[in-house]
Ligand binder design. Structure first.
Ligand SMILES: [Zn+2]
Length: 114
């Protein structure tokens, strides 16, 4: 438990082992900022993270669709094409996950410096 409370409901905040600060009542993540400029930077990063989460969800959806297509495909040429697309898709998912992890690492380092 931290000595700070949730800006919305005033319930004391908790910090988890990964550095994340959350309100147990609202079940929301809380990020501290020291200036308006920092708030803008954090909000921008948060929007980027949300966009990446949407992208990852879309990519996982496509991988799931391709998996079903591959499972039912009996034509070898079509199967080869599907596997090629799946390979490219997995590369993109891998890169997107790496970028997502970098976002998380950056946030964690920033919090630890405070
Ligand atoms: Zn709250």
């Amino acid at each position: 438990m931290l000595d700070r409370s949730c800006p919305d409901c005033n319930v004391p905040l908790f910090q988890f082992k990964d550095g994340t600060v959350k309100c147990a009542s609202c079940n929301r993540k809380v990020i501290f900022a020291k200036s308006d400029e920092e708030i803008q930077v954090l909000e921008s990063r948060l929007h980027q993270q949300e966009a990446f989460l949407d992208l990852l969800a879309t990519l996982h959806g496509k991988a799931s669709y391709l998996s079903q297509e591959i499972a039912s495909q009996t034509d070898i040429d079509k199967l080869e094409k599907l596997l090629g697309i799946l390979g490219s898709l997995l590369d993109v998912i891998y890169k997107a996950q790496r970028i997502q992890n970098e976002f998380l690492t950056l946030n964690f380092e920033k919090r630890n410096k405070q």
